[in-house]
Ligand binder design. Sequence first.
Ligand code: PMP
Length: 419
Amino acid sequence: SSILSNVLPAPEDPVLSVIFACRDDPCPVKLNLIAGAYRTEEGKPLVLEVVRRAEQQLANDLSCDKGYLPIDGLADFNKLSAKLILGDDSHAMEDNRVVTIQCLSGTGSLRVGAEFLAKHHEQRVVFVPNPTWGNHPFIFTLAGLCVEYFRYYDPQTRGLDFEGMLEDLGAAPSGAIVVLQSCAHNPTGIDPTLEQWEKIRQIVRSKGLLPFFDNAYQRLVSIMKSNMPLFNLNFHGFATGNLDSDAQSVCMFVADGGECLIAQSFAKNMGLYGERIGALTIVCTSKDVARKVHSQVLLVVRPMYLSPPIHGASIVTAILKNSDMYKDWTIELKGMADRIISMRQQLYEAIQARGTPGDWSHIIKQIGMFSFTGLNEKQVRWLAKEYHIYMTYDGRISIASLSSKTVPQLADAIHAAVT
Ligand code: PMP
């Protein structure tokens, strides 16, 4: 007899089911626009040159071993990651009230933060944007917290429902955790302006809410927005301090001296998806609080996986600590950003050229790796069936997975779906 035969199959998950449907579709020209993973114009995954160089360097360095890292990971990595988001001249870091621990990419950082909060924060409610990245509700629910939503996207204007957002945050119970995506909001591609961030900060602080930033796309967006030639760009973390606008939302909250958590990922901005490298930073109000928090975070990690993996952390550290490699990273990041912007433009123009009804300008207005197309679930299912084009049921497509070759294919299909 089998004990495990009593296990019930997992309920169908809408995202996984579309991933499996795409995987099992034998059509040679199927188009996978589901995951936010960068692809080259040839449709291939990209390993950055600077990452290859860092790996060579590590391979040749006989002092690098494969021993266990401490529970909280590689110390240099933690410091450099915190600096990347908080800036070179962060008072919070100078005051030693910042705790950073290496985690398993963005997801692992969110989960460790959620487990820590579930154990040590008495308010058990966490507010996430409606809509948000599909994994957020799972991560927080499984950690034992109660997930609620604040208004974020207005389908009418295809923009931010700023009034609704402020109203919902204003009505949240004191101490509630608020998940904020620091830039390139997934799935909508819509971020608050700096003025709006300031109003959000005021309401979060005045209501005594606890902000938890999800920072999965840092530098990608600021580089997208920058029209400056690269040699005029000031590099965040070098010489001129914090000029990375993607970090500004977070830095506003840190500058006021209050608490926050930050989950950082190096999956997208360094193309290190499979290395599972990220960091959880907890900004505390004093050195004394930070010491206690640090000791408790170690207790969260130890029984889960003992200590994090070494390779990805060593790559990121090599790049962040060397100004030449940092600069080369920026140049390659700019290359990815430019290709994504060009795909947005090409898709928009291709839809225009077909005379497809409706206003499609949101495709070029949204920011980040995705476009929230406005296609509904019925249209999405139809596109999969008739055109072998796959996206999540909310109509989100990964712009970073398109190429000049596949844009016309997608534009034809969108045109057919809405006419
Ligand atoms: N947060 C957001 C908003 C994301 O879009 C993603 C990736 N899709 C993540 C976190 C986590 O990514 P990873 O665990 O690969 O760093």
